[in-house]
Design a binder for this molecule. Structure first.
Ligand SMILES: Cc1cc2nc3c(=O)[nH]c(=O)nc-3n(C[C@H](O)[C@H](O)[C@H](O)COP(=O)(O)OP(=O)(O)OC[C@H]3O[C@@H](n4cnc5c(N)ncnc54)[C@H](O)[C@@H]3O)c2cc1C
Length: 392
């Protein structure tokens, strides 16, 4: 693209901030809008996969993510009451030296925000977007307060899983999870070098994800407990001690760590979405990140996909001479990877979050033994690392 474009980025999450930074560095005029009243990193832990390391380097945040994050060697899960291992994927099966990084979401968010501030990007908070309108060759955005901003060569829909600009139902999946940051267990069972999970069938799941240092420099681990939305009110009405007994029955070693949770408000109920937009490009509007392809975080890919989308959008616009060609190039570059992972996530998630006996039985009796084969280990490691069907 020879001239500078006037670009509106709708949503200042991971995809929005990353694309704003990269596009601003190309000389485009960027305005970023977010509904939050101030910078607001929500949520708990994330796994950064090898698939997005190069993009983090390009953004200039990789050293910080490495320093503050926790190096992860494997993802492991045991089924109870037998205690048998039914998931054990080592990044090293991909290649020697491969690893993931567990990180607090606020560390990634703050690193991206600092880059955006350094690029002097115009960031407008308290700006809730409700709709998009095509104005001839240009795009316009409508806001909840009745404002309308127009004249954009490109509007990037980075509004996340519940984007009002994504014309598709935004109903959450039946299962979400309670999330909390816990102190790192001192006991010897917790090696801290990987994600650990415990399952009872697929109805109950607890996880411990080492997430490195928080903004106060304290080591943290993100704990999650699978829960159906319809059971959330019941969970809140149950004494916390009773729920802790249920968790401890599943995973006795968590007893000490759970002491840090004093009230129900110490845990956040996260909604999970699965939604794929099959045509993310509409004239001067492009959807990226969860606004294009939301999926359950069971595979730990969403934030990485958001970064890859941001980098691909920037590179595609740089290599073409019109917005239309740039967006078409972006879509060609990303579609195979995105749609492959949407299918994988849709197929895999019910093996870990669903009711009934059949899928967990299949997981424990067929899939788990098969997954120990060398070829399967390599394939699973590539899948977890986010590099299957990724292309260059
Ligand atoms: C509990 C949980 C755990 C996860 N774990 C992982 C993991 O381990 N690894 C991984 O890669 N991914 C993980 N994910 C997924 C990951 O968080 C998302 O895929 C990623 O945040 C998507 O980035 P995004 O920028 O598209 O959307 P978001 O990060 O959701 O950002 C959307 C932004 O848009 C703003 N916004 C929304 N609506 C409006 C509006 N109407 N007007 C203005 N602004 C608006 C929001 O305030 C927000 O800032 C997890 C998700 C959850 C919920």
């Amino acid at each position: 693209m020879s001239g500078a474009l006037n670009i509106a980025i709708a949503g200042g999450g991971i995809a929005g901030l990353a694309s704003a930074v990269l596009l601003a560095r190309r000389g485009h005029k960027i305005t970023l809008f977010d509904k939050a009243p101030q910078p607001l990193p929500v949520g708990s832990g994330l796994i950064m996969q090898p698939s997005s390391f190069a993009v983090m380097q390009q953004l200039g945040i990789f050293d910080e993510i490495q320093t503050k994050g926790q190096r992860l060697e494997r993802l492991a899960g045991r089924v109870l009451p037998s205690g048998k291992s039914v998931l054990d994927v080592s990044y090293k099966a991909l290649h020697q030296g491969a690893y993931g990084i567990g990180i607090q979401r606020d560390v990634l968010y703050t690193a991206l925000l600092q880059q955006a501030i350094a690029e002097k990007i115009d960031i407008c908070f308290s700006a809730e977007i409700t709709a998009y309108e095509q104005d001839g060759p240009e795009g316009a955005i409508l806001f909840a307060d009745g404002n309308r901003k127009e004249g954009y060569d490109l509007v990037v829909n980075a509004l996340g899983a519940q984007s009002p600009l994504t014309p598709k139902q935004r109903r959450p999946l039946a299962f979400g999870a309670l999330w909390a940051n816990l102190p790192v267990p001192k006991e010897g069972w917790f090696m801290g070098g990987g994600l650990e999970q415990r399952y009872f069938k697929a109805e109950k799941m607890a996880g411990m994800l080492p997430t490195g240092k928080n903004s106060n420099g304290e080591q943290t681990v993100a704990f999650f407990w699978s829960l159906q939305h319809k059971d959330y009110a019941k969970w809140r009405a149950t004494p916390l001690a009773e729920w802790k007994r249920e968790v401890i029955a599943l995973w006795p070693q968590l007893e000490t760590s759970l002491q840090a949770l004093e009230t129900h408000d110490d845990l956040i109920m996260a909604k999970y979405f699965h939604r794929t937009l099959f045509q993310p490009v509409a004239q001067s509007l492009i959807a990226i990140g969860d606004g294009w392809h939301a999926a359950s975080p069971q595979l730990g890919q969403g934030a990485n996909m958001a970064l890859l989308d941001a980098a691909a959008l920037d590179a595609s616009l740089a290599k073409t001479n019109t917005v239309r060609k740039g967006l078409a190039r972006f879509f060609r570059k990303r579609r195979l990877h995105v749609y492959s992972y949407q299918i994988i996530s849709w197929l895999f998630t019910p093996f870990y979050q669903s009711t009934g006996n059949f899928l967990p039985l299949l997981r424990d009796k067929i899939a788990a033994p098969l997954s120990r084969l060398k070829l399967a280990q390599k394939l699973l490691a590539a899948m977890v690392a986010g590099v299957l069907m990724k292309g260059r």
